[in-house]
Design a protein. Structure first.
Length: 598
């Protein structure tokens, strides 16, 4: 009888603990203020923005510095009925972009419309903060009534802050014992071989977590488990786990499941709905060499940009030529901004959550902007396996550009494909920072700044051709253009592969500037000839490229006199297919197609 009573009491205590948990707010800020919320002053400084500065997903809540004011402004929730609760837990993501001077941002509570009590704050920051995940609990007299309210607040001189960005707010009363499976950090795209099953667990309860039993399986197969003990995980703290043994991954698509089965020896904890995660993982059939992508956000009105480009980045690009693809997005701030800013560059700025320049991203991750940091990033990314081959042979005629791209893949999945036209040197976008020329400036993105979502199928080439007229862009010289294509995974932002190729003339433009040119025979099986009739003496050189963009033959003919010349080359060592002859005749760059039939 006593044993039955004891079991009943244990069950009753468990039910009471479970009954105490409630979620009061889950907010992603699609509108600001959200329905039922209010702003007590300076409402135009708060708005919803389609960005990801805080580290969540678009959209997010912005508090912005302008219109400038001195005082307080609060974004206030509706009344929360917290009757029966004694503790509230607040979780949110945020990013604080600091300018200078003193101010405070924070979270406060009140009840019955009374005075505000600060429960979390950042006071007089001296640098930007985040993006960061905040998680804290508090207990005060504002909890346990039907009129509890919370607010995000700014207090001080708004000109001293650039912006405070907030996203993914959750407010709840916690369970006593609650460990949450927060993430599985295994990459969604892998090469075959041994894979560690890793992730994070967070303590969502009010009691410390002293032990955990963690498990995983693949496609609902054998369960693999580990007990982590001793632990001393305080409320809000996370634990990074690895569950043995390694998974011997082979090509295919898999469901990886990870879960918590015991917390502090209890089976289960007070909340089971957050104990399990699953993740779809694709394993490639083979890998290939990765060409990293560097993306710099900069401006001709940014003094630190000039210093970084001259003293750090230019020496780096000179020391590592052709080792990576490069795109520079000119921004429309500070000051009047760069005149070569485009809305497409603004889309990329928002995608990464860029709030200041200069900043560099390498394969989708913000990089340390030192010479050594960029060397390390280049080496690290180039060593990573990848699963895609990109080929492109862009040409132009007048102001019309044609960009055929082909992607060969060793895995299937949905990815973003970006096709970007850059000009290798520009001089017309002078600003106030002292720079007189800029390298690899983005001019146009196809189909737009959001790229093209492509469902790629392993073993089936994806092909597409973009054609556009660049007469309305900032392009200074068509002969100085380059195309950069890259493949990016939207959720992780990882860039898996890039490819760059110079844009060359298709056909003869302004033939009277140097003479005439023809290639014969075409198609060819053994020898072909470039026939020139030069108006003036010109230096002549040429290269032959395959459709992958690889040079398979080159020759420097030197300075040729005016008149007729024939330059022959042997194609007997080339496979059948289409090739491109890129000729440099004085200041003119001309391209001809040639078909080899073996």
């Amino acid at each position: 009888m006593k044993k039955s009573l004891l079991i009943l009491l244990v069950q009753l205590v468990s039910l009471i603990a479970i009954a105490q948990q409630a979620t009061y707010i889950t907010q992603t800020f699609s509108t600001v203020p959200p329905s039922g919320w209010t702003i007590d002053a300076h409402s135009s400084n708060w708005f919803s923005n389609p960005s990801v500065y805080a580290g969540g997903t678009s959209p997010e809540c912005f508090f912005y510095k302008t219109p400038n004011f001195i005082g307080d402004s609060r974004l206030i929730t509706s009344n929360l009925n917290t009757t029966g609760a004694t503790t509230l837990t607040v979780s949110f993501k945020h990013y604080l972009s600091h300018y200078s001077g003193a101010y405070t941002v924070g979270v406060a509570s009140r009840s019955n419309g009374g005075a505000w009590t600060t429960v979390w704050s950042i006071v007089n920051p001296t640098a930007s903060v985040g993006p960061a995940q905040e998680y804290f609990s508090f207990s005060n007299a504002d909890i346990g009534v039907a009129t509890t309210q919370l607010c995000f607040f700014f207090s001080g001189t708004s000109a001293n802050i650039d912006a405070w960005v907030i996203d993914d707010l959750t407010v709840f009363s916690p369970y006593t014992l609650d460990a949450k499976m927060k993430t599985i950090t295994v990459s969604p795209y892998l090469s075959q071989g041994n894979v560690n099953i890793t992730g994070t667990v967070i303590n969502y309860g009010t009691s410390n977590v002293t032990s955990l039993m963690l498990n995983y399986n693949i496609n609902s197969g054998t369960t693999n488990s580990i007990t982590i003990s001793p632990l001393n995980l305080a409320p809000g703290q996370s634990y990074n786990y690895t569950i043995p043994p390694v998974w011997a991954a082979t090509p295919g698509v898999y469901s990886v499941k990870a879960w918590i089965s015991e917390v502090n020896g209890a089976t289960p904890d007070n909340c089971q709905t957050n104990d399990t995660l699953t993740k779809t993982v694709t394993v490639a059939s083979q890998t290939t060499t990765r060409l990293p992508l560097f993306e710099e956000f900069t401006s001709s009105t940014c003094s630190p940009c000039a210093s970084f480009n001259a003293n750090t980045f230019s020496p780096f690009t000179s020391d590592y030529p052709d080792a990576f693809s490069l795109i520079k997005y000119q921004m429309n701030w500070p000051g009047a901004g760069d005149p070569y800013y485009t809305a497409e560059g603004g889309v990329r700025k928002t995608y990464y959550g860029v709030s200041g320049v200069p900043i560099m991203y390498v394969d989708g991750t913000a990089a340390t902007m030192t010479y050594g940091g960029m060397v390390s990033a280049l080496s690290s990314e180039a060593a990573k396996p990848t699963f895609f081959e990109i080929t492109t042979t862009p040409t132009y005629n007048g102001t019309t550009i044609t960009i055929p791209i082909t992607i060969d893949s060793y895995m299937s999945g949905s990815f973003k494909v970006y096709t970007v036209v850059v000009e290798k040197t520009t001089t017309g976008n002078g600003g106030t920072n002292g720079e007189t020329s800029w390298e690899h400036v983005m001019m146009k993105m196809y189909p737009n700044g959001n790229g093209q979502t492509v469902n790629i199928i392993a073993g089936t080439p994806y092909t597409h051709t973009y054609t556009g007229n660049l007469s309305t862009t900032h392009v200074e010289e068509m002969s100085d253009l380059q195309v950069v294509c890259f493949i990016q995974e939207s959720s992780t932002k990882e860039v898996f592969q890039s490819k760059f190729a110079d844009v060359v003339i298709l056909g003869v433009e302004e033939t009277d500037s140097f003479g005439t040119i023809s290639v014969y025979p075409n198609p060819v099986s053994d020898y072909s000839f470039i026939h020139l009739n030069l108006t003036n003496a010109e230096s002549v050189s040429y290269k032959v490229y395959n459709i992958l963009g690889d040079a398979v033959y080159s020759e420097d003919a030197g300075l040729l006199s005016d008149g007729k010349h024939s330059l022959g080359f042997n194609v007997k060592n080339l496979n059948s297919g289409m090739y491109f002859i890129s000729m440099q005749i004085g200041d003119n760059k001309i391209t001809r197609k040639i078909s080899v039939n073996r």
